[in-house]
Design a protein around this ligand. Sequence first.
Ligand code: SF4
Ligand code: FES
Length: 374
Amino acid sequence: MSDTPKFKVTIDNITVEVPAGTTILNAARLIGGDVTPPAMCYYSKLENSGGKCRTCLVEVSKGSEKDPRPMPKLVASCRTTVMDGMEVKNITSERVIDARKGVVEFLLINHPLDCPVCDQAGECDLQDLSYEHGSEQSRLDFPKRTFEPEDIGPNIQLHMNRCIMCYRCVFTAEQLTQRREHGVLERGWDSQISTYLNKALDNEFIGNIIDVCPVGALTDKTFRFKQRVWFTKPMDAHRDCPTCSGKVRLWFRGEEVFRVTGRKDKWGEVEEFICNTCRFDKKRASDWVIEGPTKVNRHSVISQNHYRGAVEAQKDLIREIIGKEPKMLLDIHTISDVNRPEIHLSEIHGPSHSNDFLPNQQLEGQRKLEVGKK
Ligand code: SF4
Ligand code: FES
């Protein structure tokens, strides 16, 4: 048995016991759901990640049993370890909600609002965050910073205008591959991700930077502009791969595989990093052993009524403790009218098909009807 002492920490009125050295964020992840602060730069599989974006700020209302004084400033939960008897407020703190709003506003200062044409739309952490904490208007009077397009290789598209400088891709390249060929150049307002001397990123595991990027700054060139993710159906699959675990997620529309990604958990982190061959070269369903439909348990558009994480089981309890309706279900029908109302994409066995969506004519007719009503 481990000798590490256990500390009790209470987050949003829910107490958990965790080994000493655990961060507040990871303690909150044990509770799950709304109690867990969002994280745009921390990534549990990458050493030294975190501490850059400030989206995970929380209020420590009691430092510890021995020293109960509250911490004067909000702290980054991904970098602050728990103390025994610590009490933390996340969504039960007005200060945190207010600060998070400010952080989102800062992240959006330079981020273009190009979700309608961005491949990350529907599974973008910043999009989710701004829906929840963003304001409708920007207060920035200056033009957003923009960058010249840069070619960083055959498979990955860098769209620097969208980058939020979380450093995840840099840590991924540094820790998963033998040679790091890209990094952050310059500082402050001028900082940017770039390959040194425009060298292509051709390492066998470099495709994983696409999966770790929380926004649409790094996208898959083999998938670009081909499908909106919410029209695709994710299926878990595997193959006998000599380079990686071969455990992937295939994104189907009809019988066609549009992209291959790593499998992400409920925090949006890949469970196992996959190689470029699996990601970019194996695009036929026959290359894979299909395991079945993915059980999506995140609250983005792709979840489509799928959220069945730890919170689902405890939703009544959580509602009682935090005094709010927990966010866990997203009804695609309330925000999109493209699939047939009687069809629940999450419940179709196998990939979705064009029959599951409204034919264009009918969709047009329906939209005209709605415009007429207004
Ligand atoms: S490109 Fe993506 S992963 Fe890399 S620093 Fe920018 S936002 Fe983060
Ligand atoms: S996730 Fe903690 S600072 Fe970014």
